[in-house]
Design a protein around this ligand. Structure first.
Ligand SMILES: Nc1nc2c(c(=O)[nH]1)N[C@H]1C(S)=C(S)[C@@H](COP(=O)(O)O)O[C@H]1N2
Ligand SMILES: [Mo]
Length: 509
């Protein structure tokens, strides 16, 4: 073992360590593109050096290098790092594990420095840590690989060079990818920040105090964008600028339409308050949210394209290839079906579809709410299948009646006496006519409904309970606007939405 490791050539050792250091920086840079560009190990080191450089040295650096001072800094850092890597490589000839330990410790130190950067959160350490894990592992493999320990030009030697080249190329690719992604994400943030929402011709009716009771723990009528659930298939958020956005309306239409963002925002903007719900929401779950959506009426847009008779589906497609199949009449029959560009008075957050998405009241998101939408194809349910329908989910998916207990919290311990039980219920398209609550196996009792905003939004309810000592189960059910009582049959979300009554167990003592 010892003899073999001594045979590691100086050059091989130095090259392996340099490639490993490059891997730490490259992989770290890639990870930072997702976390925060300022958390890239190379930037962290550079910024730390800049911050700690004495003023006189900084001034002379600027004098010597002028506007190339950043380049000079980068080159200096690169030279220092390669120097350190060569030393670590040489150490590896005698003590490979110690050398790997030193490399790892330096990487962890960079993670520590990242946490000291202004505005750093705990995630700032992640890029350097991931980079260090990958780089140190690559280093261990390289310096202990038998191929590294023979001299000459045999196949093993070529194998080592190949491995080093692979690590270096991987590091460079990761770094470049990180740079590309980071730039694109910054661009999209700037594009969004520069977008001033259009003036709205028809504003949404206000949410009145009698609709939003403001009880502690009770779901608010309007969900802040930051708290809004997010569901999509995007591993990486699409970065679609307004300038590159186009919407094509085609298929079974008389007039094909292609719209750019300026043409869209020249149209008449409206607002509506809509509760969006995910089909994957479990009974009592929180994959539902209500926002004020600003956008343009889909019915008007489609009418301009003149759908052919026989078309019954709008197959919408996002820039990243997700598709949803929406019944055409759900759009034509509802003035609140929107091509939305705004959420709660601000441009759509990138995660919620910037620059444009669909919102269609009454249908689960997977058949209606395409984010980053770029294409609407008029077609037929017997011809086309959308993303989740191909995977077994229902082609048609109206939102099922649901009710939820928000307070008291699950397994709360309460004092005997009056307790406010409260929550929300929704049955988009039908509205909520009543909510009933039951304690254990007692009779169903009428909850008090807050004022309704519309059929397409959730509705708050409260019920006063005179709690007696013991462990109790509270149950809730809703009755929709057609008089149909929410079913107690428990089903899973697959294939068209969960059903069943929500309950909460509490202890009174
Ligand atoms: N492009 C795209 N749009 C999408 C999805 C998706 O995976 N990709 N998921 C849909 C689903 S399943 C739901 S429930 C809603 C969720 O929207 P939100 O993330 O803004 O809450 O978006 C819909 N739109
Ligand atoms: Mo969903």
């Amino acid at each position: 073992m010892v003899r073999r490791l001594r045979a590691l050539s100086r050059t091989a050792a130095a090259v392996a360590a340099t490639a490993a250091a490059a891997a730490i920086l490259g992989v770290g840079h890639l990870v930072a593109a997702f976390v925060d560009p300022n958390a890239s190990p190379f930037f962290v080191l550079g910024a730390t050096v800049v911050d700690r450089t004495p003023k006189w040295l900084k001034d002379s650096a600027i004098r010597w290098f002028g506007t190339n001072d950043k380049l000079a800094l980068a080159i200096t850092m690169a030279v220092v790092m390669v120097g350190a890597a060569v030393l670590i490589g040489l150490l590896a000839r005698r003590a490979p594990w110690l050398a790997a330990g030193v490399l790892g410790a330096l990487g962890v130190a960079v993670a520590g420095l990242a946490l000291l950067r202004p505005g750093a959160g705990p995630l700032f350490a992640v890029p350097a840590l991931v980079g260090t894990a990958v780089g140190t592992a690559a280093f261990c493999l390289l310096v202990t690989a038998p191929a590294a320990h023979r001299r000459g030009d045999g196949p093993t030697r070529r194998g080592f060079l190949f491995a080093v080249a692979a690590v270096a190329a991987g590091a460079a690719t990761a770094g470049a990818a990180g740079r590309f992604i980071g730039t694109r994400l910054r661009d999209i943030a700037a594009d969004r920040a520069a977008f001033v929402l259009p003036r709205v011709a028809e504003t949404a009716a206000p949410v009145l105090p009698e609709m939003d009771l403001g009880l502690p723990g009770l779901t608010r009528m309007v969900t802040p964008a930051a708290d809004f659930y997010r569901i999509d298939t995007a591993l990486q958020l699409p970065a679609l600028t307004r300038a590159r956005w186009r919407l094509r309306i085609h298929g079974m239409v008389r007039r094909e339409i292609v719209l750019d963002f300026d043409a869209l925002t020249a149209r008449r903007a409206v607002e509506s308050l809509i509760t969006l719900t995910c089909v994957s929401n479990e009974v009592g779950g929180d994959l539902a949210g209500t926002a004020v959506w600003t956008g343009y009426r889909l019915a008007d847009l489609l009418a301009e394209a003149e759908p052919e008779p026989g078309a019954d589906m709008v197959l919408s497609r996002s820039v990243d290839g997700f598709t949803a199949g929406t019944p055409l009449d759900a759009i034509l029959g509802n003035p609140d079906a929107l091509l939305a560009v705004g959420m709660n008075g601000a441009p759509l957050p990138v995660a919620h579809g910037y620059p444009a998405r669909l919102i269609v009241p009454g249908l689960y998101g997977y058949v209606s709410a395409t984010k980053w939408v770029v294409d609407l194809e008029l077609t037929r349910f017997d011809r086309a299948r959308a993303y989740w329908t191909e995977r077994g989910w229902a082609a048609r998916a109206p939102i099922k009646t649901a009710s939820r207990i928000d307070v008291p919290a699950a397994f709360a311990t309460l004092a005997p006496g009056p307790v406010t039980v409260a929550g929300v219920a929704w049955a988009q398209g039908r509205g909520i006519a009543a909510v009933e609550v039951r304690v254990d196996d007692g009779p169903w009792q009428q909850a008090t409904l807050a004022a309704a905003y519309s059929q397409d939004t959730w509705r708050q309810w409260t019920w006063s309970w005179d709690a007696s000592p013991g462990t109790h189960t509270l149950r809730v059910r809703a009755i929709d606007g057609t008089g149909t009582v929410q079913t107690d049959t428990r089903t899973t979300p697959f294939p068209d939405g969960a059903t069943g009554w929500h309950n909460r167990v509490v202890t009174v003592r």
